[in-house]
Design a protein around this ligand. Structure first.
Ligand SMILES: [Mn+2]
Length: 351
């Protein structure tokens, strides 16, 4: 663990400081965030490409003291600059995708299929870039975290994690299965990420989904077809157990017990109650409270599992000047994900 740089964790942070107001450079950071300002195939509300910048601003307001984990910042945290090429790819892909989405999908007309093909090619390029970035962080012996962007962005990260770690489990927080086959004609749709990952990356030994409450029959059938490779904790089923008096602690142990020793956490913020993410692209009533989600993260660390990396996606700040609640919650969730990840790796102590 590198020595703590000279800064005061009790003071307000400077406006030009790093993520969470910290002074670290990448070389001295144990955990590195990769921003992916990408929202090519968002189907309902946009804006999540603005999340990395908005979450960085909001992160400077997060108090560094944490009641769960001692000094989560002391191992060094660093947010990379967004790759300008990703922004350019996103602008091109978004323009082409809009035409397809406006027509209700690419089925049929040839001109629309041309646009969809371009979106797919640009999505593949994004995946390659994320994979390379995350791969470089893993190769340096550091822990990667991806900050989206929509939920299509971590595909390349899963691939890089499989390359490095061989086999691991996915813990997936979401209102949605994200198991549609090429939604609206887009191969790399945010609504297809888990299907793509499970079909193409055999290193994903198991997926555990939590909070799922808005999906089509095809997705539920696909999840069921995975047999023991998938465990789905539907929101309604979780609530039924809670309403019947089962303690959350017990339910949480059930959720986590199916995961292998190595875990990647993929956190779509719409898995939380939408009052915590009102501008996210596809909000759905129900979902977890912040504290319920945090308790699940804690269980990974206390059960001696290792978090090999994580992503936080679909945080969607409204246009600047119209409030920062979404980014505020996003930054605090990012800090909790970070804290439990470091604790799970022996890089920070659980209090
Ligand atoms: Mn999702």
């Amino acid at each position: 663990m590198p020595a703590e740089p000279a800064f005061d964790p009790n003071s307000a942070s400077a406006p030009d400081s790093g993520v969470f107001g910290l002074p670290y450079i990448e070389k001295d950071a144990a955990l590195v965030y990769v921003p992916a300002p990408w929202e090519a195939t968002v189907s309902y509300g946009g804006g999540t490409a603005g999340a990395p910048a908005a979450v960085l601003r909001a992160s400077r307001q997060v108090d560094l003291y944490d009641r769960d984990v001692e000094k989560p910042y002391a191992a060094g945290l660093f947010l990379r600059r967004a790759d300008p090429e990703i922004r350019a790819l996103n602008a091109r892909a978004r323009a082409a995708a809009r035409k397809v989405i406006a027509a209700g999908g690419a089925d049929g007309r040839k001109s629309l299929q041309k646009h969809a093909a371009l979106v797919n090619a640009l999505g593949a390029e994004l995946n390659a870039r994320v994979r390379k970035s995350v791969g470089s962080i893993l190769a340096a012996g550091k822990i990667p975290a991806v900050l989206g962007g929509d939920h299509s962005v971590p595909y390349g990260a899963f691939a890089a994690a499989a390359e490095k770690h061989g086999s691991f489990g996915l813990l997936h927080f979401d209102a949605h299965h994200d198991m549609r086959a090429a939604y609206e004609g887009f191969r790399w749709s945010h609504a297809s990420i888990m299907r793509n990952a499970l079909d193409d990356i055999p290193g994903i030994a198991k997926i555990v989904q939590v909070g799922i409450r808005d999906f089509c029959e095809e997705e539920a059938d696909y999840a069921a077809s995975l047999g023991g490779r998938a465990a789905v904790f539907y929101d309604e089923a979780l609530r039924r157990r809670m309403f019947a008096g089962e303690p959350w602690d017990e339910i949480v142990r059930d959720v986590v017990s199916g995961l292998p020793e190595k875990v990647w956490i993929t956190f779509d913020i719409d898995g939380l109650d939408p009052s915590l993410c009102p501008h996210t692209g596809t909000p759905v009533p129900g979902g977890l409270s912040f504290s319920e989600a945090n308790r699940i993260l804690r269980e990974i660390a206390v059960s001696k599992r290792q978090i090999i990396g994580f992503d936080l996606v679909e945080v969607s700040p409204p246009p600047r000047g119209q409030g920062d609640w979404d980014a505020n919650v996003g930054a605090r969730l990012l800090y909790k994900l970070t804290a439990w990840t470091l604790a799970s790796r022996g890089l920070a102590k659980i209090r």
